[in-house]
Design a protein. Structure first.
Length: 255
């Protein structure tokens, strides 16, 4: 029997990259997965097709994060589809994966107030209020996994605003771990390093070689590397881990 049979899961930002890999992996373990996307419906459908190809089950739910009413819109669709498929709105697993970055980075002196506010709206505010809305639906033994970044441990001035948002996610993890523990709910942060998310830079051999050299394993991470860590944290086997920062960077943070 798969380890997540009978469980329901929400993976935000799961139309591509790490989020897609997480959604597929959770479904492979038996979970009914809500594939969240902001705008690219076709990409979300591709994730759903991959889930179903593996014999799993899921559905898509749309909501742009970082705008007024975002969490409300997401849960209107999520609750209805959960009820249609399971008869209730129980949500066993929440993966806060959706996020925005400044791509190649922006020098600290060039970051605009609008960029700063947008990063925090999507990467920190949305996960906070999403969890606030989700908590009544999460049963005893539920799981929350927040996707952070290795940039909270390695200085890169051009990514300071983005890294600050991920630092906020880690604080959310730490403090809610104490709050949720009496209900048997665990919450942990997973920090990927350089991970192939399908961006054009990963098609440039010279760039990949340089990025791979930062890892102790001398390779660039694959989305599945991170998805396997997240999936473990979603299982019963991870019941004794909460409030943790999990380094899933392939040894990039070893120095």
């Amino acid at each position: 029997m798969s380890r997540l049979t009978g469980k329901t899961a929400l993976v935000t930002g799961s139309s591509r990259g790490i989020g897609r890999a997480i959604a597929v992996r959770l479904a492979r373990e038996g979970a009914l997965v809500a594939v969240h996307y902001a705008a690219n419906e076709a990409a979300a459908q591709e994730t759903l097709e991959l889930i179903e190809k593996d014999g799993g089950h899921g559905f898509t739910v749309r909501a742009e994060l970082g705008v007024p009413g975002d969490v409300h819109e997401l849960f209107l669709g999520l609750e209805q589809q959960l009820k249609d498929r399971t008869g209730e709105t129980t949500l066993d697993i929440v993966v806060n994966n959706a996020g925005e970055t400044t791509q190649e980075g922006v020098r600290p002196e060039d970051v605009t107030a609008e960029q700063f506010d947008r990063l925090f709206a999507v990467n920190a505010k949305a996960p906070y209020f999403l969890l606030q809305r989700a908590l009544p639906h999460i049963p005893e033994g539920g799981r929350v996994i927040n996707i952070s970044s290795g940039l909270t441990r390695v200085a890169n001035p051009d990514q300071v605003a983005y890294a600050m948002t991920k630092g906020a996610i880690e604080q959310l993890t730490l403090h809610l771990a104490r709050l949720l523990a009496p209900r048997g709910i665990t919450i942990n942060s997973v920090a990927p390093g350089i991970t192939d998310n399908g961006s054009p830079v990963f098609g440039i051999p010279e760039a990949v070689e340089q990025m791979a050299a930062l890892s102790a394993f001398n390779r660039v991470g694959e989305a599945g590397d991170v998805a396997d860590v997240v999936t473990f944290l979603a299982t019963h086997e991870a019941r004794w881990i909460t409030g943790a920062f999990i380094d899933a960077s392939g040894g990039t943070l070893l120095g």
